[in-house]
Design a protein around this ligand. Structure first.
Ligand code: URA
Length: 186
C-alpha cells in the first residue's frame, strides 16, 4: 500500500474526528471509514448505526455482516476495498438530514480523490443524494452504472433493506454478481 495515500486518508479521518459540523445532530464515536488506500472499489452507505457508533468502524452491525459477506463472495478481500459513508456519526433522528449528507460528503470527496477507485458502489438513497446530487428511485435504478465528473458509480440497495426484505436481498445479490463481472480484469 502506498503509505503516502494511507497517511492522507489518516489525516482526513482525524479531520472528521475533530469536525464539529460532522458531530452536529449525531452521537457516539466518529466513523470515518476503513480499508485500503489503494482500493479499486469503494462502498458508500448512509450513516453509522448503533454498532458502528460503539466501535468507530463502518458496517459492523447486522447489515454490515451481510455487506462484508457479499463482498467476500464476489472474490474481493475486505482489505482490497474501502468502506465509508457520507455521514460520520449516528444520526440522533435516525435518518440523516440532507444538510448532514451535504456537509459529510466534503470529507467523502476528499477520500475519493486520494483513493481514486475504479468503481464507487452507492448503497441506497443517501449515498446517491451525496454523490449524484439527487434522489434516485433505487428499486428502478439498481444495478446500473452512472458516470459523473470522471467517476464511475454503481447503484444498488442499502444492505439494511436487503436484511429486511427478501426482494431487497435478491436485488443486492444480483447486483453484486453484475458488479463482479464489471470489475473483472479483461
Ligand atoms: N449503515 C451505513 O450506511 N453505514 C454503516 O456503517 C452502518 C450501517
Amino acid at each position: 500500500m502506498s503509505s503516502k495515500k494511507a497517511k492522507a486518508l489518516q489525516k482526513i479521518a482525524e479531520e472528521i474526528l475533530h469536525c464539529r459540523l460532522c458531530r452536529k445532530g449525531g452521537t457516539g464515536k466518529a466513523v470515518p471509514g476503513e480499508g485500503s488506500a489503494d482500493a479499486r472499489v469503494v462502498f458508500i452507505g448512509e450513516a453509522p448505526g448503533r454498532e458502528e457508533a460503539k466501535t468507530g468502524r463502518p458496517f459492523v452491525g447486522r447489515s454490515g455482516k451481510l455487506l462484508r459477506q457479499t463482498i467476500r463472495v464476489m472474490g474481493l478481500d475486505e482489505d482490497d476495498v474501502f468502506i465509508t459513508s457520507p455521514v460520520h456519526y449516528l444520526p440522533l433522528r435516525g435518518t440523516p438530514s440532507t444538510a448532514m449528507i451535504h456537509h459529510g460528503r466534503q470529507h467523502l470527496f476528499e477520500q475519493l480523490s486520494i483513493i481514486k477507485p475504479d468503481m464507487i458502489v452507492l448503497l441506497g438513497n443517501s449515498a446517491c443524494v451525496a454523490l449524484l446530487d439527487g434522489k434516485v428511485e433505487i428499486t428502478k435504478e439498481h444495478g446500473t452504472l452512472v458516470k459523473k465528473d470522471g467517476r464511475t458509480y454503481f447503484i444498488t440497495v442499502h444492505p439494511a433493506y436487503a436484511v429486511r426484505f427478501t426482494k431487497g436481498k435478491e436485488m443486492l445479490l444480483s447486483d453484486f454478481a453484475k458488479l463482479k463481472r464489471l470489475i473483472a480484469p479483461s
